[in-house]
Design a protein around this ligand. Structure first.
Ligand SMILES: NC(=O)c1ccc[n+]([C@@H]2O[C@H](COP(=O)([O-])OP(=O)(O)OC[C@H]3O[C@@H](n4cnc5c(N)ncnc54)[C@H](O)[C@@H]3O)[C@@H](O)[C@H]2O)c1
Length: 342
């Protein structure tokens, strides 16, 4: 920390790395110190854009820049295959890390990162940004205040149009950390999973490599039973996600992450509707990055207890364990118990 600002670097300077850099540059609690990409042109371009030095390897970044924390936005296979090495290098150098989702496409790597951060007492956060919006916080408050009574059911939909074909499990591993995180945010840990999936046809009529549509049933530790519908073949423009949670006293529906939240009491006919304001509301999806990264800066800057870090490495791992269980269920036609490793 210098001048009470968290000194940060960003590794992986394409779209999302630049989004992180933009947030750090404009957050009063942070100072963007350096950017890094193994692609020199990208690193140089980002350095010029943000007015900070460029580094072309994580080793050089960690040797030369005075950092408290690093954002790792390197992507890779299934959008998470290149997170492990830079994250572990940062941990070895004693730096806190905010890593993009998925924490990793390799569950052993994900477990190793979470264990290492814990052993070293370093902060580890994952950019599970969808929950960092005022309506999700309000819905969580309704649950805590007992407005829903005892929780019973959750239904979640998350669907986008992503025609990329990287692997059979790309859709589940890359997209659904977000949806499972929202489900866990409201209903807690998942105990068991059962899933079905299919492959949409490509333009030439042959099936996609990717299991691009999935229906996943879940049983939570607290007895809630839930369902996730996921797709990479959907019309995305006006319809990213929907979450509905029901309890003994009522239910809420959270539409499109932050657009509209409605409380339906079980016994009354008056609904509570919270609609995103065009004045000062959540101004587009990029605001979810701003909110999430701001909270990271706030918590790390204040020295929050590790177990209080929101959307932590542990949370990033937990959602990936649910996805691993869903994959096993699809492969084996089984009901799978979710592994708890840390
Ligand atoms: N949270 C969200 O809502 C959200 C949305 C979109 C993408 N993402 C995530 O953001 C991440 C990045 O996405 P993207 O589309 O910008 O990725 P990308 O593949 O376009 O870019 C990754 C960059 O990282 C660099 N890189 C890779 N390994 C490196 C290393 N070891 N050291 C330095 N640089 C390295 C690459 O050269 C490249 O420039 C992915 O994990 C993706 O899942 C999150």
């Amino acid at each position: 920390m210098s001048n009470n600002k968290l000194r940060v670097g960003v590794v992986g300077m394409r779209a999302i790395g630049n989004t992180h850099a933009d947030v750090y540059k404009n957050d009063p609690g942070a100072e963007l110190v350096a950017v890094c990409d193994i692609d020199r042109a990208r690193a140089d371009e980002a350095a010029a854009r943000w007015g900070v030095p460029a580094f072309y390897s994580v080793a050089d970044l960690l040797k030369s820049a005075d950092l408290d924390s690093v954002s790792v936005t390197t992507g890779g296979p299934e959008n998470g295959g290149w997170h492990y090495e830079p994250v572990m290098e940062c941990f070895a150098a004693g730096k806190h890390v905010l890593c993009e989702k998925p924490i990793s496409n390799n569950i052993e790597h994900a477990r190793d990162m979470v264990r290492t951060a814990r052993e070293k007492g370093l902060y580890f956060g994952i950019n599970l940004n969808h929950r960092f919006v005022p309506p999700a916080e309000r819905a969580r408050k309704w649950i805590d205040e007992g407005k829903l009574g005892q929780l019973l059911l959750i239904n979640m939909i998350m669907w986008i149009d992503n025609p990329n074909e990287t692997s059979p499990w790309f859709h589940l591993k890359a997209l659904h950390p977000h949806s499972v995180d929202i489900m866990r945010f409201f209903c807690g840990d998942v105990k068991r999973v059962q899933a079905f999936a299919n492959h949409a046809p490509k333009a030439d009529g042959t099936p996609r490599v990717c299991w691009s549509n999935a229906q996943i049933n879940m049983e939570f530790d607290n007895g809630v039973v839930g369902h996730l519908t996921g797709s990479y073949d959907a019309a995305p423009k006006h319809n990213l996600e929907r979450c509905e949670v029901m309890g003994t006293e009522g239910r809420f529906v959270l539409d499109n992450c932050f657009e509209e939240l409605t409380l339906f009491p079980r016994r009354g006919d008056e609904l509570t509707v919270i609609r995103n304001s065009i004045m000062g509301g959540v101004m587009g999806f990029n605001a979810t990055f701003k909110n999430r990264i701001h909270r990271w800066i706030e918590q790390v800057g204040a020295g929050a207890p590790r177990e209080e870090i929101e959307a932590s490495g542990e949370d990033g791992l937990a959602v990936q364990e649910v996805i691993e269980a869903a994959i096993k269920s699809i492969e084996g036609g089984t009901v799978e118990t979710v592994v708890r490793t840390v």
